[in-house]
Design a protein around this ligand. Sequence first.
Ligand code: XUL
Ligand code: CO
Length: 438
Amino acid sequence: MTTTVYSHVPEIRYEGPDSRNPLAFRWYDAGRVVLGKTLAEQLRPAVCYWHTFVWGGQDPFALGGNLFERPWFSGEPMAAARLKLDAAFDFFGRLGLPYWCFHDRDVAPEGASLRESNANLDAILEVAARKMQDGGPKLLWGTANLFSHPRYMSGAATNPDPEVYAYAAAQVKHALEWTQRLGGANYVLWGGREGYETLLNTQLRRELDQYGRFLAAVVEHKHRIGFGGTILIEPKPQEPTKHQYDYDVATVYGFLARYGLEDEVRVNIEVNHATLSGHSFEHEVATACALGIFGSIDANRGDEQLGWDTDQFPNNHVSLVPAMLELIRHGGFTTGGMNFDAKVRRQSIDPQDQLEAHVGGIDTLARAYLAAAALYESGELERVLTERYAGWDGALGQRILGGATLDDLAQTVQQQGLDPRQRSGRQERLENIVNRHV
Ligand code: XUL
Ligand code: CO
């Protein structure tokens, strides 16, 4: 292994809650068994390539290049991509999380033609494949960047120009095939430019049909090549586009059902996208579980004061317990996991800041999961839920769900003299129970 900007950091290990070492886990004891599996298997955490190794600390007000200094931010692009890959796998090894995620353009530069871009990607991912075999992390998901290049300014699949659609299709085909080759557990589509800036120049119906056809083509290709992973859509209401078609989980479900894809595609729910759409994160997880499309999670957080997609590392375990409880009730992940779609603040310029951010993030997830698991195992909330809905398992509830008509029910009320009384929802008692476990 060549020396990288992370080489001075020893391998990060679990030292327990009392440790003061900024480069040790306090809660993430990867091998600890919780609810029948290790914490690593329950959380399936991943490092994302883009924020961690590609973003240079720019913001819209900073003129010029990168604020962070990394050796791979300059020089011949393919040589730089190789340096970046070496550094990334060094980082993965020191942190020891089981997965990573990437966009095609994160790992290799865009070339002068699609052929050249594909060749660049092939060259770098050949090396990545070897590093993965040599003890590197597994791939949680791959994806294609269909939002940075100017050709995608008016959308990829939803572009008014079918040539852009075709270009995006070609790019996804290559990224999907590489995701399969690297043993990826999922393939993600995030539609940052799939939406509109103004309805004055947009035919909404047409764009939705284009998007539906695009997604169906991705699913067809998945089956053609025998990719065993899950296709995931990542909802987000806006930013960069004013209105994005994948607004939230419920909107995505409606879209999938309209195009007959609800059994083929699931969602990758991002915490900060959930809050941007006006929902809580736990609402989005619960909705996806209820609709049978829960897939994976992009772990991060927003900032209540700012209100845009700040992509900060999770640092408040209490706020994540309700979503972890939903995950546990659902039976946990199948192919999904928890990808840190999170970046350090731009003044955190040292390479080590990236590692400390991940340590804090994974500890936050682990602590939230442990609390939710203890809450779940205590049965205190689950008993209340069972009692609250018990009537629906009884004769009347079953008769209603079996298809009782309004006439049937009007008769029942009169014949049996039904006069239901309201019962307390006991919200504060339940909140107190949760607080006892965090
Ligand atoms: C953007 C975002 C993306 C997706 C992958 O807000 O979350 O990074 O996760 O394209
Ligand atoms: Co994301």
